[in-house]
Design a protein around this ligand. Sequence first.
Ligand code: ZN
Length: 303
Amino acid sequence: MSWLTNFVLPKIRAAVGRKAVPDNLWHKCPGCEQMLFYRELEANLHVCRNCGHHLRIGALSRLKILFDDGAFAQIELPKTAIDPLRFRDRKRYTDRLKEGQTASGSGSDAVVVAHGRIGGAPAVVAAFEFGFMGGSMGVAAGEALLAAARLAVLQEAALVVVPASGGARMQEGVLSLMQMPRAIIAADIVKEAGLPYIVVLTDPTTGGVSASFAMVGDITLAEPGAIIGFAGARVIEETIHEKLPEGFQRAEYLLEHGMIDQVVPRAELRATLGRIIGLLRDPHPAAELPAPTPAEAEPRGAE
Ligand SMILES: [Zn+2]
């Protein structure tokens, strides 16, 4: 591929032994194509130091970034029927599920739920694992979101949902589509309890996910450069026979068009969430208000 991978890496391997240098030592930035040292990238929360591109991260890394001191407790999620339609495309759905579990190492399906504190306040986070079948939303994801909502109510905590998903899981057919209203119910459970429901849109948030719970947050944040939309840009271009504007479906474009509230760099997410949760939970002013002047204190005449 390059001088680094063809020449330097084999030399290093020969010098220190193959096992000591994993293949992921260098990582190519999808934004600027620069080779990045993996450990350095990890220390920078998987954000490219060169161009600021926010690389996709797994659900467990996400939870570590969001919770205070990186401390959280993952909850066990309800078991759901496996492969209810006995679906098979190029592979069996059950095999795809096993592969997803091995690849992600975070849980039995695409959503991981944990509780802890953000900015000192209790919070439940439901994070999508894109490495698990593209973070697709099947019955298990619907159950996970409902479990997260119920836990938030039980703990009087805020619910933060972090989608990273291509949308519905076609291997579950209509059952997958039914998770859209179920996910909306999950959001409603939290809202009806008067607790904050916050969405952090990450790359990518598309399809049925963007058409349901991802767009009904009390506050909606997004990571820089994240692709957020329903149908893919190419499909839209081919359908309407028009060239789409620059930056279409990117977080910044959505902010400009009033679809989201703020684009927040990964390094600032925890502090921003903490501040928002604090404000939503305790809207009272932090300092005492000055006493009203006699004119203001006088009762207004009845009308
Ligand atoms: Zn870059």
